[in-house]
Design a protein around this ligand. Structure first.
Ligand code: G3H
Ligand code: 13P
Ligand code: NA
Ligand code: ZN
Length: 306
């Protein structure tokens, strides 16, 4: 069944772990994530960006997630990732999502408060929880891009949460979207996270752009015809530390994309006569399940939380 993140985050905060939020846009990714969560008896969040929802179709996506959740036997929150507007949020709530993000991080503080508050009022009236974002991650975020991190200000975070009534908050402490996060040494501002946690005790924090960019997946892609150069993610020990703190939701998309692509490239290269999509998509699905299981063990600490 579809559930909200309320109970999940409460348990995660108290238990010192985080819930994985995995981006999907198709059946195999969905099943891979749910099978991985099921195997580890872990809570899980399925999320889809606006472009992923357009790709799959909003109603197709909702019905597919509900059916897979029941068939596989794992409750799941279905979340809109980086919702750009109240209009996009309404579309998802009407389609049946249980959680939405309104991403006003590229607006000034007052406008971010205004648009977030508007979404919170609407979503809460429909039993849907809301994530917002304060601070800007370097890199490309859907249609918005920034060259530098604009770290979240802890005092602003407190004011923002109090004025909007939002259920969780994504912050900028040095993570970024995509496969090319760092040129030099990885650095996360744990002092900022600590300050936010002290000012907002018990409040769930979200980390975006948290893929580790597994170098084995990159190497497999490149070995079987790919050309991915300079990819670098967040070190696993930093993510584990964040999970043990106020961070209750960790977003990962790139790691699933890389694992699926590596598995499909390898399968097709090693089985050149095969043309049944279930074979190579099935290999991609199994790779996603393996990534999700290892995230639950090594990064999130959420095994047996379901
Ligand atoms: O934060 C962005 C997610 O990785 C989704 O990316 O808009 O290409 O689906 P997308
Ligand atoms: P990655 O690109 O690091 O996987 O982050 C995904 C994300 O934050 C989706 O909102
Ligand atoms: Na946590
Ligand atoms: Zn994101």
């Amino acid at each position: 069944a579809l559930i909200t993140t309320k109970e999940m985050f409460k348990k995660a905060y108290e238990g010192g772990y985080a819930i994985g939020a995995f981006n999907i846009s198709d059946l195999e990714q969905l099943q891979g994530v749910l099978e991985g969560a099921k195997a580890k008896n872990s809570s899980v969040i399925i999320q889809a960006s606006k472009s992923a929802i357009e790709y799959a179709g909003p109603h197709t996506l909702v019905e597919m997630v509900k059916a897979a959740s029941d068939e596989i036997g794992v409750d799941v929150a279905l979340h809109l990732d980086h919702g750009p507007s109240l209009e996009a949020v309404k579309m998802c709530v009407e389609a049946g999502f249980s959680s939405v993000m309104i991403d006003g991080s590229h607006y000034d503080f007052e406008e971010n408060v205004r648009i977030t508050k508007e979404v919170v009022d609407y979503a809460h009236a429909h039993g849907v929880v809301v994530e917002a974002e304060l601070g800007v991650l370097a890199g490309v975020e859907d249609e918005v891009s920034s060259d530098v991190h604009k770290y979240t200000d802890p005092d602003e975070a407190k004011e923002f949460v109090e004025r909007t009534g939002v259920d969780s908050l994504a912050i900028a402490i040095g993570t970024s979207h995509g496969a090319f996060k760092f040129k030099g040494e990885a650095e996360l501002k744990f002092d900022i996270l600590e300050e936010i946690q002290a000012k907002l005790p018990g409040f769930p924090i979200v980390l975006h752009g948290a893929s580790a960019v597994d170098q084995n997946s990159v190497a497999t892609c490149n070995e079987f015809g790919g050309n991915i150069a300079g990819a670098k993610g967040i070190p696993v020990d930093m993510l584990r530390k964040a999970s043990s703190m106020a961070v209750c939701k960790i977003n990962m998309d790139t790691d699933l994309r890389l694992a699926m692509t590596a598995a499909i490239r390898k399968y097709l290269a090693e089985n050149p006569a095969q043309f049944d999509p279930r074979k190579y998509l099935g290999a991609g699905r199994a790779a996603i399940q393996a990534v999700v299981e290892s995230k639950i063990e090594d990064v999130l600490g959420s095994a047996n939380s379901a």
